[in-house]
Ligand binder design. Structure first.
Ligand code: SF4
Length: 195
């Protein structure tokens, strides 16, 4: 599959760490008393998905606002150097934890090994979370980077299987709580992050 390239012939990179999406409030790194949550930029409306679209989810914004959490937008795949649009990718062996341990690989739909970019993006996302003192991450379900409890099967079949994406696995290993937009309606999630 070949991804359609915009009319200017270039892929885009929203550089979510340095240039948050318009309308998002982010304080100076680590400064102030604002409570912050790392959030998948696509859930906040950034068109950083592999196909150049977003996954804007109003429930995520409502959750953040209701808990007084300032979103810190992040797209690990862009931070890892992958442009947008880009071929979709899946973890072929194991899950994100296996990839970080050197036992799994990530391949895109065109057969390129993009494991290094996924690990680089995960590390950059963790650095961003630590810099902003995020104790919570709200990430996109199912993604090979951001998925928390399920990821694509690895064969581009549309099926999913249990496991974390690469960024989710790294954030969890650092003690950051990771939920997805699918958890947001759950009362226990809302109530247990109420401090
Ligand atoms: S799911 Fe994660 S890696 Fe994929 S577009 Fe959204 S923020 Fe980027």
């Amino acid at each position: 599959m070949t991804i359609a390239v915009p009319a200017d012939g270039k892929t885009r990179n929203h550089r979510t760490a340095e240039a948050p999406s318009p309308g998002l409030h982010t304080d100076s790194p680590g400064g102030g008393t604002a409570r912050k949550a790392l959030v998948s930029a696509c859930l906040l409306g950034s068109a950083c998905r592999y196909d150049g679209r977003d996954c804007a989810d109003p429930a995520v914004r409502r959750f953040l606002e209701s808990r007084g959490l300032t979103p810190v937008p992040v797209c690990p795949e862009e931070l890892g150097g992958l442009g947008t649009p880009r071929p979709r990718a899946e973890i072929r062996e194991g899950d994100g934890g296996a990839v970080l341990a050197g036992r799994g690989r990530v391949f895109d739909f065109e057969g390129r090994d993009v494991t290094g970019a996924f690990i680089a993006g995960a590390r950059a996302a963790l650095e961003l979370a630590l810099r902003h003192r995020c104790g919570l991450a709200v990430l996109k379900a199912g993604s090979p980077s951001c998925g928390s409890v399920r990821i694509s099967a690895g064969d581009f079949s549309g099926r999913t299987r249990a496991g974390s994406g690469v960024t989710s696995a790294l954030l969890k290993s650092a003690g950051i709580r990771v939920v997805t937009e699918e958890d947001i309606p759950e009362e226990d999630i809302l109530d247990s992050f109420n401090t």
